[in-house]
Design a protein around this ligand. Structure first.
Ligand SMILES: C[S@@+](CC[C@H](N)C(=O)[O-])C[C@H]1O[C@@H](n2cnc3c(N)ncnc32)[C@H](O)[C@@H]1O
Length: 481
């Protein structure tokens, strides 16, 4: 279970994790995986796939009145995490007043059909649920029928060899409007799968486990057994989500919101860079989706101009209060820093910066000091051992200190070794004309007025957290003085 404070505020498991003792008393099947310990408490063995499977089935039964078959050899969904994902989507829908006749698409629904079952039962949404694996479609279909939810969920088989993921489904339903799509893609590439999983021949040829039966690795805290199609896709999750992005470029607002889970942090950067290429036509959001020690993310984007991704969730934003009119001053300061802003809503700005301008004054002073200080001092500097990390950006070169130079930013930090200094430098190279550099940081800023002052909340859309903190501090110093 995710740590309480990392869960969605409306997730009932946040304040009330499952009571294993009560579940063991109520459900004999669940009791088989529990042990009573001397202090009267009950322990549960998360390391066994069969135990985790039984926990999911029991929670679905108890908390959602869902009777779900989860066949051995297939991925076991974690209920709290799936509910978190649905709640984040619900936030987006509510922020856009899309609260009735909601229709979603669950891409790769798996045997459990979990997103669609929870979405339909808990939120009243309708679903088209797809999968490329015929056996999974069959089991998912039976799960829907067993719970008499055939009026809300339609499970369809798609050809996984077809490069588009959504086009065929959407084109086969020309009159339908879709509020969102969601997906838990296969995360791994073939080489990753072979490194992290071993075959589990006791179940079938195409089944894999992360529980290696030798000493080289410590046992996982929770065993994962899954089929090849659930784990692996050519190019891994980046390639799979890129296929959804490609479809979304053609489908635009036939689906109001495109969302997917992301399993690996390293996948976020290439996917955000891809979305950034569509400039102001696309809005996007990354939100953490934690599951115990396992970190996951939700990536959401929209091409619909009238839609916002500014949800009520503020857990990843930083805010401060400033005198009125905060919005006007904010626009002026962002422009003065060479940033660009657009108004997503009357009180919401999206700002982007293509170079580090907010620390320029300090960097300029430091650079001058280094270049022009007296020789005795320079000699001392030259005897230091300097570790240098250079970020070679492709900004517009306008911030250069000399006409031909491209050095814009350098900062030194003391290290534990008094003779060593860490230096971080950033160099920009002018690009050929006509090439638009990508922003290094993109922010969403919400202005909430009250009687006396304005509250500005800053949320990072893309870029480094360090830049978000620096910009907020810079603007706070200016706007609050
Ligand atoms: C990681 S599993 C997710 C299962 C379930 N949604 C969950 O969250 O537990 C990925 C699923 O995507 C399916 N899949 C793979 N390629 C697909 C494609 N092109 N279209 C639809 N589903 C696909 C796999 O068969 C598998 O069931």
């Amino acid at each position: 279970m995710a740590q309480g404070n990392e869960m969605h505020p409306r997730n009932p498991y946040r304040d009330k994790p499952p009571d294993f003792k009560a579940l063991a008393i109520e459900y004999p099947e669940f009791r088989k995986f529990c042990q009573y310990v001397s202090n009267g408490k009950v322990t549960f063995d998360f390391r066994k796939d069969a135990a985790v499977r039984c926990l999911t089935q029991t929670l679905l039964k108890k908390d959602f009145s869902l009777n779900v078959n989860l066949p051995a050899g297939h991925l076991v969904p974690r209920v709290a995490q799936k509910l978190n994902y649905c709640l984040l989507i619900d936030d987006i829908l509510q922020a856009n007043s899309l609260t009735s006749n909601v229709v979603g698409i669950d891409i790769g629904t798996g045997t459990s059909c979990i997103h669609a079952l929870i979405g339909a039962r808990h939120f009243g949404w309708k679903f088209v649920a797809t999968d490329g694996d015929e056996n999974s479609v069959q089991v998912a279909h039976e799960n829907v029928a067993r719970n008499e939810m055939g009026d809300s969920i339609c499970v369809v088989h798609v050809n996984p060899a077809v490069k588009t993921v959504l086009m065929d489904v959407i084109n086969s339903m020309p009159d339908s409007e879709f509020s969102f799509c969601m997906c838990n893609p296969p995360f791994f590439e073939k080489s990753d799968k072979e490194e992290r999983f071993c075959e589990e021949p006791s179940l079938s040829n195409e089944t894999y486990s992360n529980n290696f039966d030798f000493d080289m690795r410590s046992a996982p805290h929770s065993e994962t057994i899954a089929s090849s199609a659930e784990l692996y896709v050519e190019g891994g999750e980046v390639a799979f989500v890129n296929r959804i992005i490609d479809d979304s470029v053609c489908l635009r607002d036939r689906i109001k919101f495109y969302t997917t889970m992301i399993g690996r942090k390293s996948s976020l950067k290439p996917l955000l860079q891809r979305l950034e290429r569509f400039g102001e036509n696309v809005k996007f959001l990354v939100h953490p989706l934690n599951q115990g020690k396992t970190k996951r993310w939700m990536l959401a984007w929209t091409f619909a101009k009238e839609m916002t991704l500014n949800t009520a969730l503020k857990n990843s934003s930083i805010s401060f209060q400033c005198p009125k009119p905060g919005l006007v001053k904010l626009m002026q300061e962002i422009s003065r820093l060479g940033g660009r802003w657009s108004q997503e809503q009357p009180s919401v700005l999206v700002a982007e910066f293509k170079s580090v301008t907010w620390t320029n004054q300090r960097a300029r002073r430091k650079a001058n000091a280094l270049l022009f200080e007296n020789s005795a001092k320079r000699a001392r500097w030259n005897t230091s051992s300097v570790a240098c990390e250079a970020m070679m950006g492709n900004g517009d070169g306008k911030d250069s200190y000399t006409n031909s130079g491209n050095f814009v930013y350098s900062e030194s930090f003391k290290t534990s070794d008094p003779a060593a200094v860490d230096t971080s430098s950033q160099a920009y190279f002018p690009l050929p004309s006509g090439v638009t550099p990508r922003p290094i940081v993109k922010l969403r800023i919400q202005v909430d007025p009250d009687d006396k002052c304005d509250t500005l909340s800053f949320e990072l859309i893309s870029g480094a957290k360090q830049h978000l903190h620096q910009i907020v501090q810079y603007l706070k110093n200016l706007l609050c003085r």
